[in-house]
Design a protein around this ligand. Sequence first.
Ligand SMILES: O=C(O)CCC(=O)C(=O)O
Length: 274
Amino acid sequence: MTALMTDADKYLMDVHGYLVIKQALTPAEVDAANAAIDAHADEISIRPRDLANDSDTLGGSTGRGDLSGMLNWDKPHCDPFRDMMVHTRLTPYLEELLGPGFRLEGLGIITMDEGAEGFWFHEGGEPFDRSRGYLYRNGRMFAGMTNIAVQLSDVGADDGGFACLPGSHRANFPCPDDIRLFEAAQDRFVQIPAQAGDALLFVECLMHGTLPWRATHQRRSVIMRYNNGVTSEGVMGTWNPPAWVEDLTEAQRAVITQPHYRGEDKGSALYRPK
Ligand SMILES: O=C(O)CCC(=O)C(=O)O
């Protein structure tokens, strides 16, 4: 039986805009994902230090690593990621925030080696964005783009990596640039320690970014971006199934279909078929 989002989870998600899901993946699932990445390590593309945005505090000696295309990899290396995108430890949170028919918008891997630069703090609740907004209505949360970052290596308290300003998904005032650049109010941000297998759930409109990576081991985070079933940032009205769609399970296929409306509970019996 899959755990549902508890009242405590809902409270913390609503107040902070993020949640840590402990041990979402088993050690065997983490090992399989890491083995697949090791087999494709030569495809990691190191960015040209374009993320710190000239911040005095976020710079580094090398760029972040990006890896993509995991769903297309040959078996068995695609499997850990195809399983992760509809993992039963994660889908209840997505269903709660995005409703039935939520869809995967994209999946990528972030790597950082010692000295890698950080990422300036982007997004935030102001200005409101149709794709990335956050609302509480009808007694529940309605989120736009919502991310799950599965950690494939440990993140210690001083290592750096993902950080955010809790509650900024509800911001009403624009964020001053020195705060976005992590040059002011640094004590109001949180960096999130995690163990390999933990997953970080956060709404895209939470102001978030990355602190420079200080650990000697490589940071590995699989970031999966979802949206509700109606909104799409990418397909622009056309959708071609990938060549490997027939290899997918029904649940995996459902999460990569074209956007469509599945209906919501409208609260009145008049809407229900007689
Ligand atoms: O380093 C992280 O986990 C945050 C990355 C991020 O915000 C992004 O790629 O948009």
